[in-house]
Design a protein around this ligand. Structure first.
Ligand SMILES: [Ca+2]
Length: 155
């Protein structure tokens, strides 16, 4: 009887371990160490209309940097939108680095409930748009944010 109990305990522990491993990797497999600085900004593509890039912040000190370089050979007008679900509130700031290497300061997008919207950002040929998602109110790593970075001509 004791042996059976021990075996059950081992199985229960194994199940608990595998479950917790699954749970932690389920929500945000790339969140830890993802885009934590401007230098390690994640290169994102323009999102087709209606599509979005989903990610989550792993903690109250986590930030996620992204970048998009305009290699189209001509200027581009883009809309940047952050949609956030859940109780947490995230800010977004942008920076533009021009082809000659000069760069703007960090510019925060106006607060609008859980949405951050920056329409009609003019990105010259060869320039890079950086943006960073920062937690203003952090609740949980399971809360997903969505990024829309849309070519205005395709809207
Ligand atoms: Ca990060």
């Amino acid at each position: 009887m004791k042996k059976i109990f021990s075996l059950l305990l081992v199985i229960a522990c194994m199940f608990a371990l595998s479950f917790s491993a699954f749970a932690s990797s389920d929500f945000s497999p790339m969140a830890a160490g993802f885009g934590d600085t401007q230098d390690t900004a994640f290169p994102i593509n323009l999102t087709p209309p209606g599509e979005h890039f989903d990610m989550s912040l792993s903690g109250p000190d986590d930030v996620d940097w992204y970048k998009w370089t305009n290699n189209t050979g001509r200027h581009k007008m883009v809309d940047l939108l952050l949609m956030k679900f859940g109780e947490g509130i995230y800010d977004v700031a942008i920076k533009i680095r021009y082809a000659d290497g000069t760069e703007t300061s960090k510019l925060y997008i106006e607060e609008n409930d859980t949405v951050r919207w920056a329409p009609n950002l003019y990105i010259p040929a060869g320039a890079t748009l950086f943006f960073v998602v920062e937690p203003k109110v952090f609740i949980s790593p399971s809360e997903i944010y969505q990024i829309f970075l849309v070519d205005v001509e395709l809207k």
